[in-house]
Design a protein around this ligand. Structure first.
Ligand SMILES: C[S@@+](CC[C@H](N)C(=O)[O-])C[C@H]1O[C@@H](n2cnc3c(N)ncnc32)[C@H](O)[C@@H]1O
Length: 157
């Protein structure tokens, strides 16, 4: 948080039992501040300083750990960008390296190791900046990896 200038209004759309910010979750049993679906946030445009997305990382995790459905992470990311103010932060946790959401520039990609033999997490840190998206041609929100050709369209709308 210090790295990002201590943002005040924080939203966690996949909030679970997170300790910071406004906790939204689709499950009632975690007693979220807001009950809702991260694919369609019930908030106005430009209303938070930061959104932090920590979704289930696979369909298997979603079903086995949380009893929830398939997550389209890039749809949730677009919603997270929409509700963040210009210059605000959009932080995505995932085990996959994800494309940069529209209207964002990537500022940091941090590898977080938890325990030996566990998959590391990648923390993708973005800043919302509509100019950068158009001017620098960073529209990397494609469903196909340019390096290996693998199709990830199930994660994208
Ligand atoms: C990895 S956990 C989040 C953990 C959280 N960072 C914490 O510290 O407790 C993922 C959470 O996303 C929630 N979730 C799954 N699908 C969702 C959706 N479509 N919308 C909102 N929450 C969802 C799950 O119920 C679960 O609590």
């Amino acid at each position: 948080m210090r790295l990002l200038g201590n943002p005040e209004k924080i939203l966690q759309p996949f909030g679970g039992l997170a300790e910071h910010g406004l906790r939204m979750d689709i499950r009632r049993d975690v007693r979220p501040d807001v009950l809702g679906d991260a694919h369609a946030l019930p908030f106005r445009d430009n209303s938070f300083d930061m959104t932090l997305l920590d979704p289930p990382y696979s369909d298997d995790d979603a079903e086995r750990l949380y009893g929830t459905n398939h997550v389209r992470i890039m749809v949730a990311a677009k919603e997270a960008v929409r509700v963040v103010c210009e210059g605000g932060w959009v932080v995505l946790y995932h085990e996959l390296s994800l494309p940069v959401p529209p209207h964002c520039i990537l500022t940091h990609r941090i590898l977080v190791e938890t325990r030996p033999w566990h998959v590391a997490r990648i923390v993708h840190v973005h800043r919302k900046d509509p100019g950068a998206y158009h001017e620098k041609g960073q529209a990397t929100n494609k469903a196909e990896c340019s390096a290996c050709g693998q199709n990830y369209s199930r994660l994208v709308k």
